[in-house]
Ligand binder design. Structure first.
Ligand SMILES: Nc1nc2c(ncn2[C@@H]2O[C@H](COP(=O)(O)OP(=O)(O)OP(=O)(O)O)[C@@H](O)[C@H]2O)c(=O)[nH]1
Length: 785
């Protein structure tokens, strides 16, 4: 019944490569690659070993399969998370390679939402970086089982043990070391320095790559005791195997039984297959994360990583049933083998030839070509023209897409990222407004004006921007009412730079982008209520409705949590649509209560999209629409939305509106002698609030034998014991909350404060109040008067 039983592949599994870079959205040119951990490089090797490609694509030569957009190849970074399907050991793998840059967090969120399992790629020198922690939390939210791959172990200063300790301490998860890196002696020449082989602690074998094959496609496994006479390595392997068995025994009774009954209490004799099964159980239960190692660029470690994906990550059948919500707020679980089709659109890509391509994950049932679907988010019908399986930029047309799989639908007109699709004859799902749960859209921190090159270009530019927004909901486009200027907001400098690139190169429209500015938010300081009516002639027919709206500020998270009524929108507002009608009022013809509620909700969202001060979106408000008045057949759903939106606008005007500015959590890593200067710069000139200071290594324990204190096993890092290792010096991390506006130019300021040795990362954590003086200066800067 399920697709993977009837295809040549046995077990589909969706994996994602993630982990990331220490990201600096505001920084000097050419900064983008600096902290990339090797996700695309690892993916390219996977595709090569799986036989999908005939030669290995190289990031540095700009000829990768996964990073196929011109903008990606030029910069050597991933922007779009490309999806690809391939087989390994008779299993089918749907892989999504995600970007590491913080500006593309939305891309990651979309991918994480539909994954069954993930591979986190870490840089063996940098270890767990700030963005790794962010992405890890995103995966935690969806309880995605994970494997960690410590990459770049060929680099000087690489420290596998340190990375393992960081996985435990910073990611707060239990690492299960299943491999040990075997490093060459320091006396070796440059070409052969670094990682040479890998010890498999599950099978107690040495994995070596045949040097006669430059692509390292041939690997040999040999019992460890036959492969080496290196005492230190043998001892470390015994220690690692013992720790692995002990850790699994703590979590799994089956291992305890095998340990005593079959292995006579000898850690080395516990059966490898039993260990693999226990590691899989621990991974699926999210109680542990297997840690592997390699150097993808040198073609080392990738085939065992693919084996681990099959051995330890879940198939869709292993995953919990999908949770759906209905418009009455009730939830239900839809098992993967339910025959009713339900799918989530998690990505939309504009293709010049095919039109919008909608990436979907099917959670139950099956989509066929030519099927008519119903979008329960937009409440409209859609038709499937074609179904495609993606091989990065190459595609294969397929007749159907079954539960557990990811594919692309061509022909959908209005479906956006985050929408739920069901079959058009599934009256139950349609009536109840079944939703698979939205994808969280982060708040854009920056915006910029878009100037079409001429009046005749205006329409083309607007349409191109519309397509970009449908692809990427973290972009917002609106027109400033006063100046008539077209504005686009995004997550950061790189995000907006890519918008410009794509307008010019992909959509071939002529437009200039203005200076990048900070995207503020607006809120209200007092309570207010207002009523509004809508009464207009639309296409020769009168459309009428009226309603009331009340607004009150939400001061903090505790207050938000305490509120019960309504739902929290992405914008941080709590919205209530009370559609109770007076006795003598009737609902519009052909409209269900769900349609009316949706119309009121749309009105609330539209009204809150533009504030009264500078037109920035409103946040931190409780907004209730109620007292709906209908006028027989003259009341349409559009009129209901419009009157609610008008009433929100009226109420905001009366409720003492003000500006809020984006607040950043900033982590600055510096040498000890620079702490004083950097702290006083952050807390003085930059109006920040320093919240803590932490050593990048002290919390992780030393590299010696104190692993007992850590309760997890992490091998020693021999290279770190030597003093001449470049690239690794423990630093101090200063944590602070700082307004985004004060962080402009921080990259170069930090360079001069620290002689080039400091680095930082930051992310939006919310919106904070501003002094009246600052508010006035922001208003006059933006309005120009
Ligand atoms: N020394 C070394 N360099 C590597 C290794 N893997 C990747 N690199 C290099 O690291 C850089 C970044 O590699 P990518 O594969 O683009 O990294 P990424 O994580 O996909 O980057 P983003 O997509 O931008 O987040 C490139 O210059 C690679 O050649 C490795 O194992 N060893």
């Amino acid at each position: 019944m399920l697709r993977y039983i009837t295809t040549p592949f046995r077990k589909p599994s969706t994996i994602k490569l993630k982990a990331d870079s220490l990201v600096r959205p505001i920084k000097v040119p050419c900064q983008y690659k600096t902290y990339a951990t090797g996700k695309t490089t690892t993916t390219e090797r996977m595709l090569y070993y799986a036989g999908v490609t005939k030669r290995i694509g190289d990031i540095d030569d700009g000829d990768t399969v996964m990073d196929y957009l011109a903008a990606e190849r030029e910069r050597g970074i991933t922007i779009n998370s490309a999806a690809i399907t391939f087989g390994w050991r008779g299993h089918r793998i749907n892989l999504i390679d995600t970007p590491g840059h913080v500006d593309f967090t939305m891309e990651v969120e979309r991918a994480v939402r539909v994954l069954d399992g993930a591979v986190t790629v870490l840089d063996g020198v940098a270890g767990v970086e700030a963005q790794t922690e962010t992405v890890w939390k995103q995966a935690d939210k969806y309880e995605i089982p994970r494997i960690a791959f410590v990459n770049k172990l060929d680099r000087t200063g690489a420290a596998f043990g340190k990375a393992v300790r960081e996985i435990w301490k910073k990611l707060r998860t239990r690492p299960l070391v299943v491999q040990l890196p075997v490093l060459s002696s320091e006396s070796m020449d440059q070409q052969h320095k670094g990682l040479r082989a890998v010890v498999d602690l599950v099978t107690m074998e040495m994995i070596q790559w045949d040097e006669a094959h430059a692509d390292r496609s041939v690997l040999n496994r040999m019992p460890l005791k036959d492969a080496t006479t290196d005492d230190a390595l043998l001892q470390e392997a015994v220690k690692g195997r013992t720790a692995l068995v002990e850790a699994l025994a703590e979590m799994d009774d089956a291992i305890v039984e095998i340990f005593f009954d079959q292995a006579d209490g000898d850690h080395m004799r516990v059966d490898a297959d039993a260990l693999k099964a226990a590691i899989r159980r621990a991974t699926l239960a999210n109680t542990a994360v297997p840690v592997l190692c390699g150097a993808a660029f040198k073609n080392l470690g990738v085939q065992p990583l693919l084996d681990a994906v099959i051995d330890y990550l879940p198939s869709p059948l292993d995953r919990p049933s999908a949770m759906v919500t209905y418009s009455n707020g009730k939830t239900a679980l839809i098992p993967v083998n339910d025959s009713h089709m339900c799918a989530l659109a998690f990505k939309v890509v504009h293709d010049a030839k095919r039109g919008p391509m909608v990436y979907v994950k099917v959670y139950s049932g099956k989509i066929n070509t030519r099927m008519t679907l119903f979008n329960t988010s937009t409440r409209s019908k859609e038709r499937v023209n074609k179904l495609l399986q993606m091989y990065a930029k190459d595609v294969e047309e397929i007749p159907s897409l079954a539960a557990g799989n990811i594919g692309v639908i061509v022909g959908l007109k209005d479906t956006r990222t985050g929408d739920t699709l069901v079959q058009s004859n599934d009256t139950n799902a349609i009536k109840k407004g079944l939703q698979l749960g939205n994808i969280e859209v982060p708040s854009p921190a920056f915006f910029s004006a878009v100037e079409p090159a001429s009046v005749s270009e205006e329409e083309a530019v607007t349409n191109a921007l519309k397509s970009l927004v449908r692809e990427d909901p973290s972009l917002k486009v609106w027109t400033d009412e006063e100046s008539g200027q077209l504005l686009v907001s995004g997550m950061g400098e790189l995000h907006l730079e890519i918008v410009k690139d794509r307008l010019l190169n992909d959509f071939k429209v002529k437009a200039e982008m203005g200076k990048m500015r900070i995207s503020y938010r607006e809120t209200c300081q007092s309570d207010a209520d207002a009523s509004a009516a809508y009464d207009k002639e639309v296409m020769g027919k009168r459309a009428r409705a009226a309603c009331r709206v009340e607004i009150s500020p939400i001061h903090d998270d505790a207050e938000q949590q305490a509120l019960q009524e309504g739902w929290i929108a992405d914008s941080g507002n709590r919205l209530v649509a009370d559609m109770a009608l007076e006795d003598d009022q009737v609902a519009p013809a052909d409209s269900s209560p769900e349609d009316m509620k949706q119309a009121m909700q749309n009105g609330l969202l539209a009204g809150l999209a533009r504030g009264a001060v500078l037109g920035f979106p409103l946040t931190k408000l409780k907004v209730k629409a109620y007292g709906l008045q209908t006028f027989g057949s003259e009341t349409t759903l559009g009129a209901i939305s419009a009157c609610v939106s008008n009433a929100v606008y009226e109420a905001v005007q009366k409720a003492n509106p003000c500006l809020l500015e984006p607040m950043m959590e900033v982590h600055t890593e510096v040498n000890e002698n620079h702490i004083g200067t950097v702290v006083s710069d952050l807390s003085g000139t930059r109006r920040g609030h320093v919240i803590g200071l932490e050593s990048s290594s002290s919390s992780l324990g030393s590299d010696g034998d104190n692993t007992e204190n850590l309760q997890v096993y992490a091998p020693q890092d021999p290279l770190l014991a030597t003093s001449d290792v470049d690239g690794y010096k423990p630093k101090q991390v200063i944590k602070a909350h700082v307004p985004l506006s004060s962080m402009l130019g921080y990259s170069s300021a930090l360079r001069s404060l620290t002689g080039g040795s400091g680095s930082f990362s930051m992310r939006v954590i919310g919106y904070g109040e501003m002094s009246k003086d600052r508010e006035r200066s922001v208003i006059s800067e933006i309005k120009g008067y």
